[in-house]
Design a protein around this ligand. Sequence first.
Ligand code: ADP
Ligand code: MG
Length: 395
Amino acid sequence: MKKTVRDIEVKGKKALVRCDFNVPMQDGKITDDIRITSALPTIKYLIENGARVILMSHMGRPKGEAKMEYTLKPVAERLAELLGQEVIFSSVPEVVNQQVIDTAASLKDGQVMLLENVRFRGEETKNEAGFAKELAQLGDLFVNDAFGTAHRAHCSTAGVADYLPAVSGFLIEKEVKFLGDALENPERPFVAIMGGAKVGDKIPVIENLLKKVDTLIIGGGMSYTFFKAMGLEIGTSILDEESIELAGELLKKAEAAGVNMILPTDVVCAKEFDNNSEKLTCERTEIPADRMGMDIGPKTIERIRGELSKAKTVVWNGPMGVFEMPNFAEGTKQVGAALAESDAATIIGGGDSAAAVEQFGYADKMTHISTGGGASLEFLEGKVLPGIAVLEEKE
Ligand code: ADP
Ligand code: MG
């Protein structure tokens, strides 16, 4: 278990906090502030317990240049509104200079400042010691609360921990608890549902999950690569040519591990990748040469619902079909509904899966929706995330 802000004395300390304020922006305005509101519990805890709070984050990909369209100033303003107190914004393009050092040193207990976008410095993403030291000298301790970048070893996510005591904030604590418990200590039956389009990226995840789950359900665009590995004809369905062999090996591994592997038995096809294209529901063995699979079929939905009704822990990554098109959203919607009704621990990882759950109105029925797309995938893959590895262990 990693130490959190609760496990150390923060009163009067300068807490250098890495947040994920990489919010979507349009015309200089924040279009969705969920990442800012998600960071509030940690920031408020620090304020209430008398810390001097120095926040840092990246936004977008300014690639080491001070491109002002990526300034964090709008974040400072929104955060001040949400906290109901001043947030001192240091609009210094080099992120750290003497003025910033002086401001940080003069903070009083409970005051908050936000540094400029750490990716204005090219050293940030290379985790160069020089910039990590510059950042570290501002604080007395490091708090990492940015799960979305925890899979990257950058100055502000990992490097600073070489110079400061390092603990997690509440967001990372929550992610590690839910994802970690599911993997290490799941209540069984433990079911994983994998879908979406990026088979190549997800094969390592499937490989790791095979060692842990009782049942593995595969749906969405990745099914067709598995069908191909089984020798089926898949028409014009999405295919990851390079992953066919690995998919075949995974099928064998699943069998050897005694995992109940469920692939769609029927699919909903279309001639074009278009919501208005004529729908055809067929067995997976009968996909016409000129059609592509767009969703799982009704029999498959029933089968999956049956499995999910018995599950006690479910991890879901990747939609069951092209859910952005209403005519091909049924499979994804039904899986969401099954999870919403279930009393199992339900954990959603992946940007599009989270968006789907949100879109269908099931978000507040899930146990945990991970905030980090890439980071949650690497976690499920069993990798050690650098931004978490640097944090101190509880005694
Ligand atoms: P996540 O972000 O949840 O990890 P992915 O990014 O891997 O998921 O995949 C999401 C995308 O997969 C969605 O845009 C969805 O439209 C697409 N998809 C799902 N099923 C199919 C399919 N049968 N054919 C083509 N694309 C699909
Ligand atoms: Mg995605």
